[in-house]
Design a protein around this ligand. Structure first.
Ligand SMILES: NC(=O)c1ccc[n+]([C@@H]2O[C@H](COP(=O)([O-])OP(=O)(O)OC[C@H]3O[C@@H](n4cnc5c(N)ncnc54)[C@H](OP(=O)(O)O)[C@@H]3O)[C@@H](O)[C@H]2O)c1
Length: 293
């Protein structure tokens, strides 16, 4: 089976590369090879490689900058997806589009199921929701959306890498760290998502939407506490800096983020069962400790 991904340098693309099964031929295209805002380049690549499945790992993912870069966000996250969909349909290629928990407004008291109506509250979430609608309009079991949340991988700048960096500062340089404690979600180790996607590729027919994250939920503050405790135990950091729980309001971000964006992943468990987020974090930090040695 031949799989093609756009966005070769990203976290998920790297995780797919690291977990690639022997039976899969994986073609990964960099932005330099195919800038997905250039529709002609998309067409030429797909017509040339003729993959069985496209997994679109490319996206404008900087949630903060998205607020002031709407044109670029829409071109990358919506227009490109529309064109990939168009060419995929024309050439008979199956297509998996990655999406996000940020398509939800965060007002639900319980995890979001795939059938719940999304309503985004920031530019990034809105753009990903528009892309979802492009896929859903196809009404094809050869196209699907995989929503995920709080993704992290060694190759990327993410919450875990940022925390490890901050927690390695001296207490004079950084006496404490303020962490938002009123946003709840589910961390996702990118390798776990990659394993799920490989299993999904083997299914002949897809549901319109899948949810995937590691099992369980936490606030960013609780996530940071767990990172610190595990990293300290592994010797990745030499001391513990005080972590201060703060509200989103006190954090002064210009982006609204959902207060609760946990995805209900139960419907995906028959394909691949997620592990608890703490266990996935332990695997990630253990490999960090091996790299450090
Ligand atoms: N990160 C998260 O917490 C999170 C959460 C939920 C959902 N998701 C979704 O999961 C998917 C994968 O996320 P990720 O964290 O792996 O993303 P990422 O690490 O930010 O990588 C994004 C990739 O997209 C590429 N890209 C951006 N604009 C492009 C363009 N015009 N043409 C070609 N490539 C372009 C980037 O290339 P350059 O290196 O050249 O910039 C990079 O390779 C995305 O759809 C994202 O929306 C992510």
């Amino acid at each position: 089976m031949k799989i093609l991904t756009f966005g070769q340098t990203g976290q998920l693309a790297n995780a797919l590369k690291c977990t690639q099964p022997d039976t899969i031929e994986l073609i990964q295209l960099t932005r330099q090879q195919v800038d997905i805002t250039q529709s002609q380049l998309i067409y030429e690549a797909l017509a040339h490689y003729r993959p069985d499945i496209i997994i679109n790992c490319a996206a404008y993912t900087d949630v903060e900058r998205a607020e002031s870069n709407t044109t670029q966000v829409m071109q990358t996250n919506v227009d490109a997806v529309r064109f990939i969909t168009h060419v995929a349909r024309q050439l008979g290629i199956r297509f998996i589009q990655l999406s996000t928990d940020y398509v939800f407004n965060g007002c639900s008291p319980t995890p979001y199921s795939v059938s719940q109506i999304p309503s985004a509250i920031n530019v990034y979430g809105h753009s990903k929701l528009l892309a979802e609608n492009v896929i859903l309009q196809q009404q094809s079991n050869q196209f699907c959306i995989v929503r995920t949340s709080w993704l992290y991988h060694h190759s990327g700048k993410n919450f875990v890498s940022t925390m490890l960096h901050l927690m390695s500062q001296t207490s004079e340089a950084l006496p404490s760290i303020n962490i938002v404690n009123d946003q709840t979600g589910s961390p996702t180790l990118a390798e776990g998502l990659a394993h799920f996607l490989w299993k999904l590729c083997l299914q002949n027919h897809w549901s319109p939407i899948y949810h995937w994250s590691d099992a369980g939920m936490c606030t960013w503050y609780e996530f940071a506490q767990e990172i610190q405790s595990q990293a300290f135990a592994l010797g990745l950091i030499s001391s513990k800096v005080p972590l201060i729980p703060v509200t989103s309001q006190a954090y002064h971000s210009r982006v609204k983020r959902p207060a609760f964006s946990v995805l209900d992943t139960k419907a995906s468990h028959s394909i691949f069962k997620p592990k608890p987020w703490q266990q996935q974090l332990a695997q990630y930090l253990y490999s960090c400790s091996l790299i450090k040695k």
